[in-house]
Write a protein that binds this ligand. Structure first.
Ligand code: FES
Length: 210
């Protein structure tokens, strides 16, 4: 399994908000982490016997693996099953994978290894031995396995990629962007100087393909 994701295959969907069109990256999944900073009542509370929480524990591992275009990371407030915390919820390939008792530092990379393996193989897998005791089914099975599109998607294909900040994947209009760089004959727009700096440090790592 690679720590690098030099070429990221990305699709975007066009959505309207506040009367304007935007491109939203279609990710494959989302990892939600219950955090003290967002008002959890138990997870991350050392005084309640839980591993103290720090965002960097999770965000550094997520950034290092460059999986942002496939897996979004969200720090949340209480997810519900406080008694079993520290808790996380991994939603991947349409499946909700609940993780509990994440009270050891070694479990952070283990969760990402598990997620990355499922991303790479394109399917939901049983948890590896080190996570077997930390995964459980919180939701009952759905009444049908059939997946259907809730509304017709407005796909943009490659056109949408030209508007994406390649680092954070925000929709940025190159015509009005304040932070741009010319790279391999095209203008790349960034939402902020920090993204531009990150890109210039390693442009190959931020190539987007549809
Ligand atoms: S405080 Fe983390 S699940 Fe409730």
């Amino acid at each position: 399994m690679s720590d690098q994701e030099p070429t990221r295959r990305i699709s975007t969907v066009r959505v309207s908000a506040r009367g304007q069109d935007y491109r939203v990256v279609q990710v494959i999944g989302n990892l939600f982490i219950c955090t003290k900073a967002n008002g959890s009542c138990c997870c991350g509370w050392e005084e309640k016997g839980r591993m103290p929480f720090a965002n960097e524990l999770w965000s550094d591992e997520w950034e290092r693996r460059r999986i942002r275009s496939r897996l979004h990371l969200t720090f949340t407030g209480c997810l519900g099953p406080c008694i079993a915390g520290n808790n996380a919820l991994l939603q991947l390939h349409g499946r909700s994978i609940w993780l509990k008792d994440l009270n050891d530092l070694s479990l952070v990379p283990a969760v990402f290894d598990f997620a990355q393996q499922m991303l790479d193989e394109g399917k939901v897998l049983p948890p590896p031995p080190e996570l077997a005791d930390h995964v459980y089914e919180r939701y009952g099975p759905p009444p049908t396995e059939e997946w259907f599109e809730l509304v017709p998607s407005k796909q943009d294909g490659d056109n949408g990629l030209a508007r994406l900040d390649p680092v954070c994947l925000m929709d940025v209009d190159p015509a009005t962007a304040r932070h741009t760089v010319e790279y391999q004959g095209r203008i790349i727009a960034f939402c902020a100087p920090s993204c531009k700096k990150q890109f210039l440090a390693d442009p190959q790592a931020y190539q987007l393909t549809g």
